[in-house]
Design a binder for this molecule. Structure first.
Ligand SMILES: C[S@@+](CC[C@H](N)C(=O)[O-])C[C@H]1O[C@@H](n2cnc3c(N)ncnc32)[C@H](O)[C@@H]1O
Length: 374
């Protein structure tokens, strides 16, 4: 279950990997930046929170973390690991859903071909029951179980609930059906109760990180940063000493298309992979992209302290870098900028999925208040 070569000896190490996502921060990087630029009890914010790495790292290091994430998949991961429900409740809920899944036999038979080739009949019944009954938006228990289900929804044959598929990104239904038929692979005969029981047990085996009021809000940062500002005021949380974030890169990842099967499990329609909202595609419209960055960094400037550090990791691709640089310099004009270029040392995720175009690497834009400059 655990990746070979990694150690999973603490609660943080068992939960930080929840769950498969694109372009996330390495946790060691988030830990190092947070340790360097904040003290215990300080506030850290991330308006493009993804699977919540920065907020999770802040919490584990005794800081308060707040994020905003528009993708429900990233949000479920982030909130589940910031406050998992007690293990007994999650186990019991899993058993309840298995019990209730008997009522989904008819629906399981009439799902499109993709689903019949992807999942065995009992897995299909279980997923339909989970999709219908888990109230992941409101219940911490249901969200925790849903996060664990999302992690194992698809992946290598035998290590996930699905027929052979990548874990990070779902194949398109037509491609998947062709591939499975050509290769003759069948959905694995998974004993759902045993499969999930052992995964839940492994995740909790070293405990959980203590919930401390850190959280990620689900929605669009251009609208929700004012809500976050009110939340901080009402809960007497000091303004952030660190804004640590990584916006989507221009024209690279579609966080909806790639996650369409997980979005289906969360209750969205089977065509959820079709681009829908303005920030739910591949970010290919230049003006809209610049406007997103400008709005978010300007509004974020209202929830950070005057002496805050702004740390933004982005792509070195010239358009993405310039749009991000312009937005942060305009939102935080009285700070000193340092740029740190980081070539990709390992193949990127898009490279692994067949994209062989040269990648530009990444750049960290670090804005330090003039008062803190040595
Ligand atoms: C590069 S990823 C961040 C990954 C994150 N650092 C992590 O470790 O998981 C950028 C994220 O921004 C989110 N996003 C894009 N537009 C957004 C918006 N308007 N409001 C909130 N989140 C948004 C995407 O869904 C994606 O998860």
């Amino acid at each position: 279950m655990a990746d070979s070569g990694k150690t999973f000896e603490t609660a943080a190490k068992r939960w930080e990997g929840v769950g498969p996502y694109y372009a996330m921060f390495p946790i060691r990087f988030a830990d190092a930046v947070i340790k360097k630029h904040t003290a215990t009890g300080d506030t850290v914010i991330d308006p493009f929170a993804g699977r919540g790495t920065a907020v999770f790292s802040a919490t584990g290091l005794g800081r308060l973390g707040f994020g905003i994430e528009i993708s429900p998949v990233g949000w479920v991961y982030a909130m589940a690991k910031l406050g998992p429900a007690p293990q007994e409740q999650v186990d019991q809920r899993m058993r309840d859903i298995i019990e209730g899944s008997r009522g989904y036999a008819e629906q399981a038979r009439s799902l499109p071909k993709f689903f019949t080739l992807c999942f065995s009949p009992s897995v299909r019944r279980f997923l339909l029951a989970a999709r219908e009954e888990l109230d992941w938006r409101r219940s911490a228990c249901d969200r925790t179980l849903m996060a664990i289900l999302l992690v194992y929804l698809h992946g290598k044959h035998g290590q996930a609930l699905s027929n052979q598929m990548r874990q990070t990104k779902a194949m398109s239904p037509h491609y998947a059906v062709r591939w499975w038929e050509k290769n003759g692979t069948r959905p694995p005969a998974v004993d759902v109760a045993e499969f999930l029981r052992s995964r839940i047990h492994w995740r909790y085996a070293k405990g959980v990180i203590r919930a401390n009021g850190s959280r990620v809000f689900l929605g669009d940062s251009t609208a929700l940063l004012t809500h976050l500002a009110r939340h901080l005021r009402e809960h007497k949380v000091p303004k952030a000493k660190l804004l640590l974030t990584s916006p989507p890169y221009f024209g690279v990842t579609d966080y909806y298309y790639d996650q369409w099967l997980r979005l289906w499990l969360l209750g969205f329609q089977t065509d959820a992979y079709v681009t829908r909202g303005p920030y739910q595609g591949r970010f290919t419209h230049a003006d809209r992209y610049k406007s997103l960055l400008n709005k978010v960094f300007h509004q974020a400037s209202k929830v950070v302290a005057d002496d805050a550090v702004i740390y933004v990791r982005t792509s070195k691709d010239p358009f993405t870098r310039k749009a991000t640089l312009d937005a942060v310099l305009s939102a935080f004009p009285r700070k000193c900028l340092t740029e740190r270029f980081r070539p990709f040392r390992k193949p990127t995720q898009t490279h692994l999925f067949g994209d062989k175009t040269p990648k530009s690497g990444e750049v960290d834009l670090v804005l330090i208040p003039t008062s803190k400059r040595k």
